[in-house]
Design a protein around this ligand. Structure first.
Ligand code: FE2
Length: 322
């Protein structure tokens, strides 16, 4: 059967016509078609198509080498290449559990816009999320194309930000992120242990630096490479000017008119290009169940570094992922 690539709105694409239960479906021709579509569209949706861990892992390997998930506590016990994202109804026992209030709605699992692991020097290539138990209420994942966001910048702003670098430092307490985050985000409930755990993560991950603009090497397109989550400042810029610039760029980047929000069904899979797109999670009400698994795919990034070169000698002492 021929593979059909059907664009999503406002960006991304759905892949139709692949039987991912079939171990032989991902032949060279299919792999080339998928990689070309990924480069063109940034995210690919496989609807109701990932019905097993084996299928999930087979498809992941088309887009990169899976690495063990970044947080040991959410590794799948039997397979560390699968990260388990699990919200059990009414369960506040996770160390970093937080119930947020956003626009009057209470949500756990809410995450602001980010690319994965911006608080480390090596940015992973992508990730493939497979939904096992979709939430009965909400639980959507949003995606924005940061290459298109760069193209929408005024030419004067494109020139201004060329060559600038941004300092990132771990800020998993979502309400403490400043740029491109909802002004009305509040903490309704938090595990009493969370404060200490989140502070420890900040110590474990020293500040890093990434370019504000990168180039998609397959196409030469430029990408507004800003992760609103964890962003602290433009390196070397006066604080007032840096804050104003990051607010302006982050607000531009997270414009919901240009976001694709996916409402998950069982066995849906989405693979995102983590160098070109940002994503967010709308979370679920406290009493709603949701279970997903994710693979993390490495690539050859090499554009980040530690702010203090001495921090790079031993590498991260602990791993975490948002
Ligand atoms: Fe993420």
């Amino acid at each position: 059967m021929d593979i059909i690539i059907r664009p999503l709105s406002p960006f991304g694409a759905e892949v139709i016509g692949l039987d991912l239960d079939d171990p032989n479906a991902l032949d060279a021709e299919a792999r080339n078609a998928l990689l070309a579509a990924w480069v063109e569209h940034g995210i690919l949706l496989f609807r109701n198509a990932l019905r097993s861990e084996a299928a999930h892992l087979r498809l992941s390997r088309v887009f990169g080498d899976p690495q063990p998930s970044a947080v040991s506590r959410i590794n799948d016990a039997a397979n560390p290449y699968l990260m388990t994202l699990n919200q059990r109804p009414g369960d506040a026992s996770k160390e970093t559990f937080t119930l947020f209030e956003i626009d009057g709605q209470r949500r756990t699992g809410w995450l602001g816009w980010h690319w994965d692991q911006s608080f480390t020097a090596e940015i992973v290539r992508g990730a493939l999320l497979r939904m096992i138990t979709p939430a009965k209420v909400d639980g959507r994942t949003g995606f924005i194309d940061a290459a298109a966001a760069y193209d929408r910048l005024a030419p004067a702003m494109q020139r201004r930000i060329e060559g600038l670098e941004v300092v990132y430092h771990f800020t998993a307490a979502q309400e403490r992120n400043r740029f491109g985050f909802p002004r009305g985000l509040r903490v309704a409930q938090r595990n009493p242990k969370a404060e200490a755990a989140l502070a420890q993560y900040r110590r474990d991950f020293p500040a890093v630096v990434h370019p504000l603009v990168i180039t998609q090497h397959e196409t030469g397109r430029k990408v507004l490479k800003l992760s609103p989550m964890h962003a602290q400042a433009v390196l070397g810029m006066d604080e007032t000017e840096s804050d104003a610039l990051l607010h302006e760029l982050a607000d531009h980047l997270v414009d919901a008119r240009f976001a694709y929000f996916h409402t998950w069904q069982a066995d849906d899979g989405i693979v995102w290009d983590n160098w070109r797109t940002i994503h967010s999670a709308t979370g679920v009400p406290f009493d709603v169940e949701r279970l997903a698994q994710r693979t993390t795919l490495v690539g050859d990034y090499k554009l980040g570094r530690y702010l203090d070169p001495a921090d790079g000698r031993e590498g991260p002492r602990r791993r975490f992922d948002d």
